[in-house]
Ligand binder design. Sequence first.
Ligand SMILES: *Cc1c(COP(=O)(O)O)cnc(C)c1O
Length: 515
Amino acid sequence: MKEIIYRSTRSNAEALAPSKALLKGLAPDGGLYVPNAAPLLSDIASNIGCTSDAEVLEKLSKLPYKEVAYEVLRVFLTDYTEEELRYCVNGAYDTKFDTPEIAPLIEKDGRYYLELFHGATIAFKDMALSILPYLMTTAAKKNGVDDEIVILTATSGDTGKAALAGFADVPGTRIIVFYPKHGVSPVQEKQMVTQRGANTRVIGIEGNFDDAQNGVKAMFSDKELEKILAERGYRFSSANSINIGRLVPQVAYYVWSYVQLLAKGVIKNGDKINVTVPTGNFGNILAGYYAKKMGVPINMLVCASNENKVLFDFFATGEYDKNREFKLTSSPSMDILISSNLERLIFEAVGQDADKCAKLMKALVTDGKYELTEAEKDALSSFIGGWTDEDGTAAEIKKVYEGADYVMDTHTSVASSVARSFVNSAASLKEAGVDAALPMVVVSTASPFKFTRSVMSAIDKKYEEMEDFDLIDELSRMTGIKVPQAIEDIRTAPVLHNIVCETEKMQEEVLKFLQ
Ligand SMILES: *Cc1c(COP(=O)(O)O)cnc(C)c1O
């Protein structure tokens, strides 16, 4: 099996073993870690006694989620031992998930919804954040790190709670979460501010998600702060989607969705599929890109945006331009104008030229935009962008509920709506060489119970008058689905976190918590 090491997207500084890159989170030069070579299905093949990609897919189609995840992790995180990885996978994908399938693939209305919301916080972030604490504490042990690891996170809503749930009371760790005080749903906020665990702190900021993310990034690259914290016995790490420990576990469910289609007889081995992903920070869909690079027969990765359609414009023109009005939508986890993980794709597009990549990222900071050349744009050919507005999001929820008796959350609805338009334009896309008629997987990123108000109002305006928890009960009655434990928990849980600060005061708050 080939060793994988991780290098920065912004300089040719020393590459690190997977466990070290995972501990660091962000590279010291501000870049993101990327694998020095693409892990392939053929690397899995040699691990499980297969001789071809097709054989690997066939074999994986008979395995449970945990085993598929293990095989994928193994070829990305090559300095972890088998025993270590099995420990991590078994600890993560257990009864915290409300179904033994972990990530069910549900056929509705001609599309295949990959439900990634069966974990502790009922959103897809659980897929990676349930395993990250295991990967990280194992990495610390392997590398002789004695400092307490401080997870510093900016969240647009779902990451925060999923990270808190993953790290709460994990020995040797602390976790600090910053969220935009006025930019998350009431349920998202309640989930976070009721978090138990003496090692947790949740702080609202008077700013949007990008402000929170920029504040966190600034602290990560602040050498002075690093020194102060080292003296106190702390070191930062990141649970944000830039960490390879977030990215790699996500690759697993793309492999999984393909082999599930195979297992269900929807496709023949080797047939291609399309995938639509509701996108914000570009972490989820990037994992799909890595799965494709591994050799999973994915044709197009359809990148679905809400009204903050920076990525749609980028894929259409090759220009990334964040200079625009920031919109608050009913899919808040996609309300993002700087998609951090896109940097990894840009690095590929510029031919892995770190200096070029660093220049573009600098332009993004100074001018708020950058543009790829025609040749560089060619590297984006696996992607196509789509977007839908607030009316389109609501209409899609209603349509799929009435037509297929399936209730989706708002984020999934953005993807579902974009997937529908994509398939409807099959004829014109064919001229452009894109096959939109292939089986379509729609990545389903949150339970409708997490965004009940928007979901129910989309189905019928009469619900606008009702109280949040009455809506939740009504949704449960309508769907016959039991109210998820994550929601039950917050009905009565006391608020334990009430700090709100200005963006400029983020560092001060961190130092207060880390005495
Ligand atoms: C985080 C999130 C997204 C966006 O995922 P990215 O990896 O940031 O692109 C979409 N939907 C939900 C529900 C999320 O929590």
